[in-house]
Unconditional design. Structure first.
Ligand SMILES: Nc1ncnc2c1ncn2[C@@H]1O[C@H](COP(=O)(O)OP(=O)(O)OP(=O)(O)O)[C@@H](O)[C@H]1O
Ligand SMILES: [Mg+2]
Length: 416
């Protein structure tokens, strides 16, 4: 009856075991404790690959289909639909179940114990402003976890879990704002933590605010793609008829991780060919046709994501588009990324301040801001959150591990 904490993330997943001797994060792929939440269905061998291996199999050009960001399907009507994998129709629930089963089996093989109880992470909101859809998303994830072999499934909010991970390292009582900005969602909580609080059986009174938005790194990828890359493929380029531009939706979908596979149909390609005849610059749309024909959408999205990450350390980068056309690059800058993401980043700053209001606190009453989730490495995002909390100490959390560790601490507390 071993319990674990499971952070099934939009981009990365982790699992920790709550054993009698304490908590232990498990290496899920080689020596890595993170597993990219990616799955590749090989149409020849019919064996799915997971994580980095899935991405590598896709990049190597194997005949098959890559899926990423599948967590974002939770909370949408797609969760009850099917997708075509080669000749087989597979439900999205089954796809998520395959990832969860793989993580569970990997951890069981590494430790030799059967994992039966799980504390699953969940964002504060899977869906913004729709409590019923939110509850359906949690129910779907619970069903999937049970179908994957967990007999006891419970949930903890991801930012509260991160707070528990932070609490394990503080030596005195403090009020902390936890900001967890991941691939799919941004979650905030304000909590009272401290060595004396950690042992309390009921922590409800220590949670002063808990809020979230469906904004994350995949949105920043989409916005950067539309700003810097899609114009090279004909996005917003003029048609022969005066004043008309190419329609947006193809480019928006191609820039959205979870929608890329839906574009790989003969109908969409025929639309693009038709558009080429109406375009002033058909050579741009020819590139779009190549991407669709050769199923390069994920590879392109990976280049964009790499560019976004590089802009966290560099003022300017060139996104390499040689996979579409020899010698083609999309130069861009941190400043342009900042402008592209200004809108959602502004909403993050507002959400941070709303949390203070919810907690009934002034900014100067918050001792620390704990940053976790990969997207807190983005300068514009960090700037927005830190700017809303002048004076607070900034604590750099483990960007990819804090939530999973906190869920494991919670598993020990609940099932220990
Ligand atoms: N240096 C960096 N600069 C900017 N963004 C980064 C950096 N490193 C990683 N990211 C982004 O962080 C995101 C992944 O973060 P994380 O692993 O915390 O998400 P997740 O937990 O899987 O998602 P969620 O919690 O929303 O379900 C990706 O969008 C990735 O591109
Ligand atoms: Mg996360």
């Amino acid at each position: 009856m071993t319990a674990c904490g499971l952070d099934f993330g939009t981009s990365n997943s982790t699992l920790g075991i709550a054993g009698p001797e304490g908590t232990r994060m498990i290496a899920l792929e080689g020596r890595h404790e993170t597993l990219p939440s990616a799955i590749f269905f090989d149409f020849e061998t019919h064996h799915p690959a997971f994580g980095r291996a899935a991405i590598n199999a896709y990049v190597a050009g194997g005949e098959g289909r890559l899926m990423r960001s599948i967590k974002s399907v939770l909370g949408t009507s797609l969760i009850d639909e099917e997708t075509l994998l080669g000749r087989r129709r597979v439900g999205f629930r089954e796809v998520i179940g395959l990832v969860i089963r793989h993580i569970k089996a990997t951890a069981e093989a590494a430790t030799g114990v059967e994992l039966t109880r799980v504390v699953h992470g969940r964002p504060v909101h899977f869906v913004d402003g729709d409590a019923a859809a939110d509850a359906r998303a949690e129910d779907a994830l619970a069903d999937i976890a049970r179908a994957s072999g967990f007999s006891d499934v419970s949930f903890q909010y991801e930012p509260i879990a991160a707070a528990l991970a932070y609490e394990a390292q503080v030596t005195r009582e403090e009020i902390a704002l936890i900001a967890d900005i991941g691939g799919g969602t941004s979650d905030f909580s304000i909590v009272r933590i401290g060595p004396d609080h950690a042992a309390k059986p009921d922590r409800a009174g220590d949670i002063l605010a808990n809020e979230g938005l469906r904004i994350g790194g995949t949105d920043f990828d989409r916005l950067l793609s539309l700003e810097a890359v899609m114009p090279h493929l004909g996005y917003r380029s003029p048609l022969l008829r005066d004043g008309l531009l190419t329609p947006n939706h193809l480019f928006v979908d191609l820039a959205t991780w979870a929608k890329i596979n839906f574009l790989y149909t003969p109908g969409v390609l025929a639309d693009v060919r038709r558009l080429m005849r109406e375009a002033r610059r058909p050579e741009l749309l020819e590139r779009l046709a190549i991407v669709l024909e050769q199923h390069l959408g994920h590879a392109l999205a990976m280049r964009v994501e790499e560019g976004k990450i590089a802009l966290s350390d560099h003022e300017r980068v060139e996104i390499d588009l040689a996979l579409v056309e020899a010698g083609l690059t999309a130069p861009t800058t941190r400043e342009r990324l900042g402008v592209a993401v200004a809108d959602p980043v502004q909403r993050l700053a507002t959400q941070t301040r709303d949390c203070l209001t919810q907690a009934g606190l002034r900014a100067d009453q918050v001792d620390a801001v704990f940053l976790t989730g990969g997207s807190t490495l983005l300068p514009a995002v960090r700037g927005a959150i830190i700017g809303a909390m002048p004076g607070a100490r900034i604590v750099e959390g483990d960007k990819f591990g804090a939530v999973g560790l906190g869920l494991t601490i919670e598993a020990k507390r609940r099932y220990g």
